[in-house]
Design a protein around this ligand. Structure first.
Ligand code: SF4
Ligand code: SF4
Length: 368
């Protein structure tokens, strides 16, 4: 049975640092050794202040880095952001300030190696740094995700796919959550982090994962050796059946985790956590799927009063389903695969996943 540790924590560094040290101690024991090259993989997807709860909080990452340095190992902190310059993310996300005086290397993932993650995907390009690190500490953010329901430890490793290869894989998985979950689980298995910590101190609820979600204070760090088990334990903390998270189901089917987790420390059930809508899936004959996609399943929608026509969403959209004129962006919902990358990358929080009226009626009639 896998162990998952819960620790009450806050971003006051005097409280946070011992909490992170304790957690890593209990997960890693004596396995981080002098001279090792340790890669820390936070969620640094886009430039966002920590109070938006979009990225892993820089102080959680700093505490982990200090722990590693005290063991005599070196620290590299890396991610492959969806948009913007890595430096801007470091600056706006508070990383530069938080890491003043600490000898660590910040490095964006740039080069990949081919890794066989097995059928149906075969060889896939994964960050060379991630595949060659001596040790990986995966530091994710606890957030909702309009497509994948939640984004936790396992999904954070999708960031080891470099740059624009990410939208390509979204497109190859298509609209199927099951297929995308299977892809993400295989990437996590290939990267194989030795420790996973999820920053659930200030988590996100509602229509995440971008700035359209709502920060929610939970005051908890959750960690373990297995990213799969950590995600299952977080579902238990949030009071939902772990099967609801497609990555949990895929990991269970691949025998990477069970749902019987030994949860230790400050475990406490969270009440009234607001999850994203679970929209009706596309089903039935192909001839009606186009209509369903257009009219029934939830979709990204822009608040034109917030949109600055910056272009990040249409540059990143894997399906090429966002056009624009002088005043607004325009979605092609037949092409859109509902990956919600656009919501994730929008720097203005102008995009949200919204249910269509017919979709809402169907959900009420058939699903709930
Ligand atoms: S919706 Fe967001 S990302 Fe897209 S153009 Fe507008 S501000 Fe930029
Ligand atoms: S419009 Fe948004 S949700 Fe649809 S495919 Fe493009 S990025 Fe994904």
């Amino acid at each position: 049975m896998n162990d998952v540790v819960f620790r009450k924590a806050e971003y006051d560094y005097a409280v946070l640092k011992p909490a992170v040290f304790d957690m890593i101690d209990s997960i890693c024991g004596t396995s981080i050794e002098k001279g090792m090259k340790v890669l820390i993989k936070p969620n640094m997807l886009l430039p966002a202040k920590p109070e938006f709860a979009v990225i892993s909080h820089p102080l959680v990452v700093r505490a982990a880095a200090e722990y590693v340095l005290e063991k005599g190992a070196s620290v590299q902190i890396s991610d492959s952001p969806a948009v913007a310059l890595f430096d801007k993310i470091l600056r706006d996300g508070g990383y530069r300030k938080a890491f003043q005086g600490l000898d660590v290397e910040f490095k964006m993932f740039k080069t990949s190696v081919k890794v066989d993650i097995k059928e149906p995907f075969g060889f896939i390009d994964i960050s060379k740094d991630a595949m060659e690190a001596d040790y990986i500490i995966n530091i994710a953010k606890l957030k909702t995700h309009a497509q994948m329901f939640l984004t936790l430890g396992v999904k954070n490793l999708f960031g080891c796919i470099v740059g624009m290869k990410k939208p390509e894989w979204h497109l190859r998985s298509g609209i199927s959550r099951k297929m995308f979950a299977s892809l993400v689980v295989r990437i996590c298995r290939a990267v194989n982090p030795q420790a996973t910590i999820v920053d659930g101190i200030l988590g996100m609820e509602g229509q995440g994962p971008g700035k359209g979600g709502t920060p929610r204070y939970l005051g908890m760090l959750i960690g373990g050796k297995s990213a799969f088990a950590v995600d299952v334990a977080i579902c238990k903390m949030l009071g939902i059946n772990p099967d609801i998270l497609p990555t949990n189901k895929a990991a269970k089917e691949m025998n990477l985790t069970g749902y019987d987790i030994n949860m230790t420390g400050d475990f406490k059930q969270v009440n009234n956590f607001v999850f994203p809508f679970r929209d009706p899936l596309v089903f039935g004959p192909r001839s009606i799927q186009k209509t369903m996609r257009r009219h029934f399943i939830q979709r990204p929608l822009a608040d034109n009063s917030l949109c600055r026509l910056c272009g990040e969403c249409w540059k990143y959209c894997p399906a090429g389903s966002i056009a624009y004129d002088k005043e607004k962006i325009i979605f092609d919902y037949e092409k859109c695969i509902r990956c919600y990358c656009c919501i994730e990358v929008c720097p203005e929080g102008a995009l949200k996943a919204v249910e269509t009226l017919p979709g809402k009626l169907i959900r009420k009639l058939l699903i709930k």
